[in-house]
Design a binder for this molecule. Structure first.
Ligand code: G6P
Length: 369
C-alpha cells in the first residue's frame, strides 16, 4: 500500500488531490450530444416513466446522507419535484407512507455494502417502489439489488473519511437534477449553461486545491481548539454538516454543523475564543443574512474562518481567516465549497498527530447493524 501513496502522506490527502480526475471520470460520456442535459446508461427507466415520478425518497448513511441532502436541494430547485431524505437506518423501520406508482427511491452508498442502506433498498422494493442506486463499487450488493443506477467511477477510496466519493456523489446529484429538470421545465439555454458549469468542475477544483498551503497555515492556528462550528445556508448547509463530520471523524474535535440562522437557537452558547466558526459565505440572496450571523459570533469573541466566493467584499476585520472559492454556478457550488473543509480537517488532524486514514472506532464500510 505504501507504494500506491506516491508523494502523499496519507490516502486521504491523495484522494483529496485526485478529485479533479475522479470527477472527470464520473462525468465521462454523460452529457447529451446537444450539450443541454445529462444522460445515464443504467437507470432502466425511460423518459416517460421519469416524467411521471412525483416524489423522490433518498436514503443513505453518513457522508452519503449529506450528499443526499444536497441532491434534494438541487432536484427541488431545478426540477421542482418534492424530495425527502431519510437516514437509511430510520427508513427501514419507520414505515413511511408510500404510493409506489409515482414515488422513486434512490439510495447512495460509496461501498454499496452498508447494511442499513441495503435494508432500506429491500424495504422500498418490498413496498413496490422502483429503487435506483448511486454506488462507487461496481458489482456491489446494493448495485446488484437495485432496479437501476449510476456508478460513480471515482476509483477506489481507501481513507475511512470519504472525500472523492462524496464530491462524486454531489456531481451525480447535480447531473441527475439537471436531467430531471430538462424532462420537465428547464430551458435549453439554462440546461446548456448547467452542462458548461459541470464540465468546468475539475478545473475549478484544481484551482481551489492550490490553496492547500494557506489552509495548512490556518489549520496551525486552530489545531488545538476543543470545539468548532460549521455554518452554511441552503445547499451549503449540508456542506456545513459534512465539514463538521470530517473534522470530528479524523481530529476528534467536537464539531457541529448548522444553518447559520439557527445559531441563535442554541449553538451560539458555545461561542468562545476556543470555538471557531467556519462560515460559508457566498454571493446571492442570503449574503447579508450570513454576514449578520458572522457579526453575532464576532461580538461574542468567536474566531471566524470564512469560506468565501472570490472577489466578495466582507466587512473589514470580520473574518480572522479567509479561504476563497471560485465564483461558480449554484449547482456546483456545494461541491467546490467542500474542498476547503476537506483540507482544513485533514491539516488539523495531521497537526494533532491523529491517524488520519484509520480514525479510532470507525470503519470504512459498516456491514453489520
Ligand atoms: C461509514 C464510513 C463513512 C460512510 C458511511 C456510509 O460510516 O465511515 O465514510 O459515509 O459508512 O458508507 P457508504 O459506503 O454506504 O457510502
Amino acid at each position: 500500500a505504501q507504494a500506491e501513496l506516491g508523494d502523499y502522506a496519507h490516502f486521504m490527502q491523495k484522494e483529496i488531490f485526485e478529485q479533479p480526475d475522479a470527477l472527470e471520470n464520473t462525468m465521462r460520456g454523460r452529457f447529451s450530444e446537444d450539450g443541454s442535459t445529462a444522460q445515464f446508461g443504467g437507470l432502466n427507466l425511460n423518459a416517460d416513466e421519469l416524467r411521471n415520478v412525483d416524489r423522490i425518497i433518498l436514503c443513505a448513511c453518513g457522508t452519503a446522507w449529506h450528499a443526499c441532502l444536497v441532491t434534494k436541494h438541487l432536484i427541488e430547485r431545478f426540477a421542482r419535484l418534492p424530495v425527502e431524505v431519510d437516514y437509511a437506518s430510520e427508513f427501514r423501520y419507520r414505515n413511511a407512507p408510500l404510493s409506489p406508482t409515482n414515488t422513486l427511491c434512490l439510495v447512495m452508498s460509496q461501498s454499496g455494502e452498508t447494511i442499513d442502506t441495503l435494508a432500506a433498498l429491500r424495504e422500498a422494493k418490498r413496498k413496490g417502489l422502483r429503487v435506483l442506486a448511486v454506488t462507487n463499487v461496481v458489482g456491489s450488493t446494493i448495485a446488484r439489488e437495485a432496479d437501476g443506477g449510476i456508478y460513480q467511477h471515482a476509483g477506489p477510496e481507501i481513507g475511512v473519511a470519504s472525500t472523492k466519493a462524496f464530491t462524486s456523489q454531489l456531481l451525480i446529484g447535480a447531473m441527475l437534477a439537471l436531467y430531471l429538470a430538462r424532462l420537465r421545465t428547464m430551458s435549453f439555454t439554462d440546461g446548456a449553461a448547467a452542462v458548461a458549469a459541470l464540465r468546468a468542475v475539475p478545473a475549478l477544483i484544481r484551482k481551489t486545491l492550490e490553496q492547500a498551503p494557506r489552509i495548512a497555515e490556518i489549520a496551525t492556528r486552530y489545531a488545538q481548539v476543543t470545539d468548532m462550528l460549521f455554518l452554511g445556508r441552503l445547499a451549503l448547509f449540508p456542506i456545513a454538516l459534512e465539514g463538521a463530520l470530517k473534522l470530528k471523524e479524523i481530529s476528534y474535535i467536537h464539531a457541529e454543523g448548522y444553518p447559520a440562522a439557527e445559531l441563535k437557537h442554541g449553538p451560539i452558547a458555545l461561542i468562545s475564543p476556543d470555538c471557531p466558526s467556519v462560515f460559508f459565505v457566498t454571493r446571492g440572496e442570503l449574503f447579508s443574512k450570513v454576514v449578520s450571523s458572522m457579526q453575532e459570533v464576532k461580538a461574542r469573541g468567536g474566531p471566524i474562518i470564512a469560506i468565501c466566493t472570490e472577489g466578495l467584499e466582507l466587512p473589514e476585520k470580520l473574518a480572522d481567516a479567509r479561504i476563497d472559492i471560485p465564483d461558480c454556478h449554484e449547482a456546483i457550488l456545494p461541491l467546490v465549497a467542500t474542498i476547503p473543509v476537506q483540507l482544513l480537517s485533514y491539516e488539523i488532524a495531521k497537526q494533532r498527530g491523529c491517524d488520519v486514514d484509520k480514525p479510532r472506532n470507525l470503519a470504512k464500510s459498516v456491514t453489520v447493524e
